[in-house]
Design a protein. Structure first.
Ligand code: ADP
Ligand code: MG
Length: 568
């Protein structure tokens, strides 16, 4: 097919474009960051494919990004000599949204411009953000390895459709030309473009070049030279030394690797030497992504080997329960031709994963144990966004179980809030004299757990009970029998032994009551023979007449309900 073809955008793209243009207008300069970020990704992809096929470099091995503008034509062009796109790729990559979480994103839009702007940012603005300042975009592209005749021109005004046609393109890669909207001429300035690049894209490891400008004494004006100069630092940020990197650069780099719009909550940057040599730059986002619960989703770690990009979402480098961590790991030991399958088996990878896991846990501990209120608040934010995922670690990571247990936070009868703020250490610090166990109640909701009749006796005795109501809790508890030698005990299970919390007089009274009701209990046992395993006189209730309890070794009522709901 060589003639021009017009195709409609996917409905979601149309919606996204509309929203973006209206709600991100005050942030419009980010278009350049997004296009530069894509150009950099395209170079990474080329380097990676070229590991096994050197010919893809086509005598043009110096990868770079070129930014030019034309005052008369009122255009800005961002060019790269990266991987490029075939016709099919241009149609699908620039005409549809293939991101996970797309459905959730659209369902969350409220129509409130400010809220939606934040959501769009979180979803990732990408290529389409260029339509904020351009009323027409022309993309000329040719995939590495394809012939010059296989070039493609993609063009759109960002309304409902786009066109694609075949063109001749001698150079590999992509030129994106923005035809500026009326009133956006401020971007037709080398100074303006350079300052945006330095602000948002300084960390890009490829050179971003622009034409030199010089003052001409005779003409009394600045003239644009044919010579190009590099505008950014052009070295991999994670390979620079910490002291040379500013906070802003760390934040911008995060936005680049995570496609997030917001700053991260915290990060850690280390060069690890020893059994395995690697650099890690790992970030904890400040907000959970739309698809946090999709366990099939691969993690957020980009793997580089000696500065060469190898793959996105290298899930082997981080355990599943830390899948929210974003960043880069650059290994000095792995072979360049590594595949996902090899990664699975590799001893080096295991060492890296263990090391990175420990780094992330320390990072969280630093926040959780800090005396600084701002840091503590960050941990509270972390827990709200990612606590439920971290809980999976109790079952998944036996090695670090204790460390993870210390990071857990719960709602509790000690306060009147459903906020999960109480740690095991807090609980132990408030234990009653003679209390040996950590008591908890599970339930489907905070209200249900809090109003459980099982809590009556605890309330009466002033014993604190943790209230566990997240879906993962029952599963997690099956891996967590104790904390620092103190048994975790459900208030709803078995014969409740409040141990030395029961005094002698109470014990005697309980025995008398039991004798008094012996006959009644026997009658009830016979009557309920096929419905209840046992009938007992209970002292755990103070207001309710009766309650059901699970056997010591049985699944609790709540877990049974969950399993039934899941069709087990
Ligand atoms: P994202 O970068 O998050 O994937 P974008 O909207 O920024 O989303 O880009 C969409 C897709 O278009 C990219 O994933 C890539 O496949 C393709 N693309 C965009 N710009 C380029 C480019 N300069 N070279 C090659 N492919 C590109
Ligand atoms: Mg992008």
């Amino acid at each position: 097919v060589s003639e021009k073809q017009t195709l409609g955008f996917q409905a979601e793209v149309k919606q996204l474009l509309q929203l973006m243009i209206h709600s991100l207008y005050s942030n419009k300069e980010i278009f350049l960051r997004e296009l530069v970020s894509n150009a950099s990704d395209a170079a990474d992809k080329l380097r990676f494919e070229a590991i096994n096929n050197d010919a893809l470099f086509e005598n043009d091995p110096e990868l770079k990004i070129k930014v030019t503008f034309d005052k008369a034509a009122r255009t800005i062009t961002i060019s790269d000599n990266g991987i490029g796109m075939s016709r099919d790729e241009a149609i699908s990559h620039l005409g549809t949204i293939a991101k996970s979480g797309t459905k959730e994103f659209f369902s969350k839009l409220s129509g409130d411009q400010q809220k939606d702007a934040a959501l769009i940012g979180q979803f990732g603005v990408g290529f389409y953000s260029a339509f904020i300042i351009a009323d027409k975009i022309t993309v000329d592209t040719r995939r590495a390895g394809a012939s010059a005749a296989e070039g493609v021109r993609w063009e759109s005004t960002g309304a409902g459709d786009f066109s694609v046609e075949a063109i001749n393109k001698a150079s590999r890669g992509t030129d994106i030309t923005l035809h500026l909207r009326e009133g956006e001429d401020e971007y037709l300035s080398a100074w303006k473009l350079k300052s945006i690049i330095r602000k948002y894209s300084d960390h890009i490891s490829l050179p971003i070049v622009m034409q030199k400008e010089e003052w001409d004494e005779e003409k009394k004006e600045t003239v644009v030279k044919d010579e190009f100069e590099t505008v950014n630092q052009a070295s991999a940020l994670w390979a620079r030394s910490k002291s040379d990197i500013t906070e802003e650069q760390y934040v911008e780099f995060y936005k680049h690797v995570s496609h997030d719009f917001e700053a991260p909550l915290t990060y850690t940057h280390n060069r690890v030497e020893g059994r395995s040599e690697y650099t890690q730059l790992l970030y904890v986002p400040s907000r959970a992504p739309f698809d946090l619960w999709d366990r099939n989703k691969r993690g957020g770690i980009k793997l580089y080997i000696k500065r060469v990009f190898i793959m996105d979402d290298a899930e082997q480098l981080m355990p599943i329960y830390l899948r929210f961590v974003k960043g880069v790991i650059d290994s000095s030991d792995l072979p360049l031709n590594v595949s996902r399958e090899i990664l699975q088996e590799s001893r080096d990878v295991r060492v890296i994963r263990e090391g990175s896991t420990k780094r992330v846990l320390s990072l969280l501990e630093e926040l959780a144990n800090s005396d600084d209120q701002a840091q503590k608040d960050k941990y509270a934010t972390f827990w709200k966004e990612f606590g439920q995922v971290l809980k999976e670690g109790i079952g998944e990571d036996a090695t670090n179980k204790e460390r993870i247990a210390k990071l857990l936070r719960f709602a509790s009868t000690a306060n009147d809030s459903d906020a999960q703020t109480v740690s095991f250490a807090d609980y132990i610090g408030r234990m009653k004299e003679g209390q040996s166990k950590i008591y908890y109640a599970t339930g489907e909701t905070y209200a249900a757990a809090k109003n459980s009749p099982h809590l009556e006796i605890f309330r009466k005795k002033g014993v604190e009970v943790l209230l566990l109501t997240d879906r993962v809790d029952e599963w997690m508890l099956s891996f967590l029998q104790d904390f620092e030698g103190k048994e975790l005990a459900s208030v709803a299970k078995g014969g409740l032994d409040l141990g030395t919390l029961e005094d002698e007089a109470e014990k005697k009274q309980h025995e008398e009551t039991e004798t008094q009701f012996k006959d009644l209990v026997e009658k009830m046992k016979t009557a309920l023979a096929d419905k209840a395993k046992d009938v007992r006189v209970t002292f755990r209730l103070t207001d309710s007449p009766a309650c059901l309890v699970a056997d010591e070794n049985e699944l609790s009522g709540n877990l049974l309900r969950m399993l039934k709901a899941a069709g087990q």
